[in-house]
Design a protein around this ligand. Structure first.
Ligand SMILES: Nc1ncnc2c1ncn2[C@@H]1O[C@H](COP(=O)(O)OP(=O)(O)OP(=O)(O)O)[C@@H](O)[C@H]1O
Ligand SMILES: O=C(O)[C@@H](O)C(=O)CO
Length: 420
């Protein structure tokens, strides 16, 4: 099976989200954790290399992304995809511009589109402005994100501040006209010296048309939504056969648990809902600012509560005031790292106690957990809610669902276990 699409994701939940989209549209896809030391990739139509590069210093993010690109290109990838968050999640010091610049240079290309829209999860782009649900991004709760507060919804401006290249817009009125018009607009922009085009998209039909228009682009950048049009390009070239078993995983077993480090509105709502239906522990990192002690508290609490029938939930997630208080005490990065270490140790302890089905909420949190569990690859199964599939983690041999902070319905933490 020759590799067709080579993907680089800037966090682990985002990687799973993208892989799920590709599987749903018929590509056999494997998520690989980090750049493999030996450079060997699993056989698949698409490989998503998951990095934890969203909030690292730009130089590190660029170096890791280029290393991932080398491995993907050496494996024969015909097109690269740089996956970032559907809420962009990148401050002025952020990495999307620098990484995309470096990938374009590596590919000898001068232009890429940028489109984080994902209508199934309420992310739409209109006149270059990103909306989360009915709110502009900077009024959606994302302005309070613990690591990447988004205070400007205009992505032309946001991306312009991260790159020396020039950024234009393919507006809704063009996107509405379909693939030909979009392709022409992007060609004109590239010829006019633009390095990027933010491309408006409000519906799945827009995303499919944009995907078709970008069939020949060496690099696509965006959220998972924009990937929905890409498998058809490979199919049209006779490169992608039908894959009826693309989402089949080994049977699930073991105890059930949820570990949450996301402080998004969606995750806080899911924790609130779970409280009425399952044992929930809310860790207080401000009262106990010590990762090992927090993990020990959580594991002691879990004794006698773990079950194969219903999950228990261990959450460090907190409302913005509490997050701000911990950050004021420790600094933003140290606060995040403390909680991530604690939750990673909790996940390790839970798996050692027989947990075989684990939901992790939050991208950074998932990165910490997956690394602590020594996971190398994730096979992608059926979707629980848009953007969140069950996966089978190897060599740990457990089922994991890595939930992006903002994804999933209110009942997600219970519903997930009815799907595996
Ligand atoms: N009580 C808390 N105080 C301070 N920081 C916290 C607290 N709880 C969690 N965090 C940190 O907040 C960050 C949340 O980021 P994470 O990526 O896990 O979630 P998210 O951004 O909502 O999800 P996604 O990246 O999938 O959108 C993590 O670094 C986590 O350790
Ligand atoms: O695109 C999204 O919203 C997610 O896949 C993600 O990247 C969250 O970290």
């Amino acid at each position: 099976m020759p590799l067709l699409l080579g993907c680089i994701a800037d966090d682990f939940t985002g990687a799973t989200d993208l892989a799920s989209m590709l599987v749903k549209h018929g590509m056999a896809t494997v998520q690989v954790i980090g750049v493999p030391d030996d450079g060997v990739l699993p056989e698949a139509d698409a490989v998503v290399i998951a990095l934890k590069s969203r909030t690292t210093p730009a130089g590190e993010a660029v170096a890791e992304s280029l290393a991932a690109a080398e491995v993907l290109l050496a494996a024969g990838a015909r097109q690269l995809f740089f996956k970032y968050c559907s809420t962009f999640d990148s401050t002025d010091a952020g990495n999307i511009g620098p990484v995309a610049d470096a990938l374009l240079k590596r590919l000898g290309a001068g232009f890429a589109l940028a489109c984080p829209a994902f209508p199934a999860n309420g992310r739409s782009l209109y006149q270059g402005h990103l909306f989360a649900g009915t709110h502009l991004l900077n009024e959606s709760g994302m302005e309070n994100h613990p690591l990447t507060p988004m205070r400007d919804a205009n992505l032309v401006r946001v991306l312009s501040r991260q790159t020396e290249g020039s950024v234009g817009l393919v507006p809704f009125s063009v996107v509405e006209q379909g693939a030909h018009a979009i392709r022409d607009a992007m060609t004109r922009m590239a010829e006019g010296g633009r390095r990027y085009a933010i491309v408006d998209a409000v519906t799945n039909a827009h995303l499919v048309a944009i995907g078709e228009a970008a069939a020949k682009h060496p690099l696509i950048t965006g959220g998972s939504g924009i990937a929905m049009g890409l498998p058809a390009n490979f199919r049209a070239q006779g490169l992608l056969p039908e894959r009826p078993d693309a989402a089949v995983l080994p049977p699930a077993q073991g105890l059930c648990a949820v570990v949450a480090g996301s402080c998004s509105r969606a995750t806080l709502g899911q924790i609130g809902f779970a409280r009425d239906h399952a044992p929930v522990l809310e860790l207080d990192a401000l009262a106990t600012p010590d990762a090992a002690a927090l993990a020990a508290q959580a594991l002691a609490w879990s004794e006698g509560k773990l079950s194969a029938a219903q999950p228990l939930v261990i959450a460090a997630s907190a409302a913005p005031e509490k997050v701000a208080a911990l950050q004021a005490r420790l600094g933003r990065e140290a606060a995040g790292a403390l909680v991530e270490q604690a939750l990673a140790a909790v996940a390790q302890g839970l798996v050692a106690r027989g947990v075989g089905r684990l939901v992790v909420a939050g991208g950074e949190t998932s990165g910490a957990v997956v690394s602590a569990l020594g996971v190398r690859t994730l096979r992608i199964g059926a979707e629980i809610d848009p953007g969140v599939p069950w996966t089978y983690a190897e060599p740990a041999n457990i089922h994991l669902a890595l939930k992006s902070g903002n994804f999933g319905g209110r009942d997600f933490f219970l519903k997930a276990f009815q799907h595996v």
